[in-house]
Design a protein around this ligand. Structure first.
Ligand code: C2E
Ligand code: CA
Ligand code: CA
Length: 284
């Protein structure tokens, strides 16, 4: 029986590994074929509804399966290291798309990318951010890097230097899903952080008498003491917006203001026509 069990578990492990390898190969093919495209979700000033910027959320345009959402491939892209090339491809594409609509963008347009631990293992991230910002006139675009705790960013002299130089360049660092991981507070201490993104699980409880609602209040208080921007994610209802406004949360993102969409749709919905001139903002 033991021998049989051993055989079966060996077979299962081999199957798992070969499946993982073929998925990784498929992911690699798709990166080379340019199948990962940026979708844009608006970030607005909560009170006025004016457009402040956008978060870039990747979608896999699979030739057979159609649009595949990120939670189905980001973990493997991260563990295989393919996320690095994928993100830099996205940055190139976003740069070209934004440059094409520069006259319609509000001034200091916030553009946020999700960054993984794998990006922080070399100084390449610094060069990529510099290259991204280079063609934009000063003050037209503000680059945000959103860090999650899915994979810990190692504390090394290299990462300290990387974040110091990013800060020097004016690149803003936001802690994503704040309050849900183990190391948020450690990251706050180690890196120069500019913004906290409140996780949608807390926003969903805004205004209710629950523990999550108290956590929301405490995060906003912490951010104000540390002089950090706050962005509330997953704002879906006018009531949540009102509660967050009263708390003093400046930036908001969520289906109430707009879903993630391709750039053409984002520009058509959220940006004024180019002829209206720079600096116009669309109240939402
Ligand atoms: P995230 O960075 O926390 O992004 C917010 C997620 O919440 C997005 O899911 C967005 O579509 C969704 N969302 C926004 N507003 C609402 C709302 O009002 N209600 C609800 N229920 N959901 C809302 P999405 O696009 O499926 O992305 C999931 C996660 O995948 C992201 O979470 C991020 O961690 C990761 N991800 C997406 N794109 C990238 C990428 O280019 N690189 C990396 N490393 N991770 C990415
Ligand atoms: Ca994010
Ligand atoms: Ca988040």
């Amino acid at each position: 029986l033991l021998a049989l069990l051993g055989l079966l578990s060996g077979y299962a492990a081999r199957r798992f590994l070969s499946q993982r390898n073929s998925l990784t190969a498929e992911l690699r093919r798709a990166v080379d074929a340019g199948e990962f495209v940026p979708f844009y979700q608006p970030v607005v000033l909560g009170e006025s509804g004016e457009l402040a910027g956008a978060e870039v959320l990747v979608r896999w345009m699979h030739p057979i399966e159609g649009i595949i959402p990120p939670n189905q491939f980001i973990p493997l892209a991260e563990s295989s290291g393919l996320i690095v090339k994928m993100t830099y491809q996205l940055m190139d594409r976003v740069q070209a798309e934004l440059l094409g609509q520069l006259p319609s963008l509000p001034g200091r347009f916030h553009i946020g990318f999700n960054i993984s631990a794998a990006h922080c293992t070399s100084m390449e991230l610094l060069d990529r951010c510099r290259a991204f910002l280079k063609p934009f006139p000063p003050e037209s675009v503000v680059l945000f890097l959103e860090l999650t705790e899915r994979e810990a960013i190692p504390a090394t002299p290299m990462t300290d230097e990387l974040f110091r130089q990013l800060d020097e360049m004016g690149v803003q660092v936001a802690l994503d899903d704040f309050g849900t991981g183990n190391s948020s507070l450690e990251y706050l201490q180690r890196f120069t952080v500019n913004a906290l993104k409140i996780d949608q699980s807390f926003v969903a409880k805004a205004g209710t008498e629950t523990l999550s609602s108290h956590i929301l209040d405490i995060i906003v208080d912490l951010a104000s003491r540390l002089e950090l921007f706050v962005v509330a994610e997953g704002v879906e209802t006018a009531m949540q917006r009102e509660y967050l406004n009263k708390l003093g949360v400046e930036y908001m993102q969520g289906y109430l203001f707009g879903r993630p969409v391709p750039f053409t749709e984002f520009a058509a919905t959220h940006l004024p026509p180019a002829s209206n001139g720079a600096g116009d903002r669309t109240p939402i």
